[in-house]
Ligand binder design. Structure first.
Ligand code: GTP
Ligand code: MG
Length: 197
């Protein structure tokens, strides 16, 4: 898959704002600050398509990006950011639920976890949710530039055990900073897809 074109379409708070053209979607979920927005910039080879920040909680809405005039990347707001109020947490939950409960065009969900950390309870819940709703999932371990090879192997094992991944489920290690693992991730996301190259 070669990404030639990417375009921001809409920041949605509610389903009535989602695109209605039925193009397929690939969504990115994970803890706040894990690197979702940076990854979409890396995948699309754009530095500023999506806003990135050192402050967790940058992405608050559901952002749709049209790729190659053919499908969408969907950047979802992160969870687990301690400084978010209860009312904002519940708004987040409702927004995610609205999107995930019934989105037939959603082909695959990329669940991002930090390669340095044991997945949190929220990560485990999110993984369960994705599976429960019947979506395909790809596990992405981010910020691999922060670890050496031996540490990465060790932590991948921890991620695998904590999320209780099946043997055939792979973990794709990426770095948006160094732009490594990006081609592998594209291959993994579009494996078995019917999207034209
Ligand atoms: P929310 O929008 O809050 O949910 O966060 P997010 O998951 O979209 O994270 P974002 O892409 O905004 O990145 C958060 C921070 O991590 C920023 O300071 C990025 O520069 C940094 N970051 C993202 N990817 C990488 C990476 O591959 N390596 C390193 N070292 N830092 C990264
Ligand atoms: Mg973001």
């Amino acid at each position: 898959m070669e990404i030639k074109q990417s375009e921001f379409i809409i920041s949605a708070v509610k389903p009535s704002q989602y695109p209605t053209d039925n193009r397929v979607e690939y969504a990115f979920v994970g803890r706040s600050n894990v690197g979702k927005s940076s990854l979409i910039n890396s995948l699309t080879n754009r530095r500023k398509l999506v806003k990135v920040s050192g402050t967790p909680g940058k992405t608050r809405l559901i952002n749709f990006f049209l790729i190659n005039d053919s499908f969408y990347f969907v950047d979802l707001p992160g969870y687990g950011y301690a400084k978010v109020s209860k009312s904002e947490q519940s708004k987040w939950g409702l927004m995610m639920e609205d999107y995930l409960v019934r989105r037939p065009q959603l082909q695959k969900v990329a669940l991002l976890v930090d390669c340095r950390r044991k997945p949190t309870e929220d990560d485990v819940l999110m993984y369960g949710w994705i599976k429960h709703f019947g979506y395909e999932v790809v596990i992405v371990a981010t910020k691999k530039d922060k670890l050496n090879r031996a540490e990465l192997v060790k932590n991948n094992k921890l991620i695998r055990e904590t999320l209780e991944l099946d043997a055939e489920e792979e973990i794709v290690n990426i770095s948006s900073l160094k732009k490594t693992g990006i081609v592998e991730l594209l291959t993994s996301i579009f494996k078995d897809s019917h999207i034209d190259e």
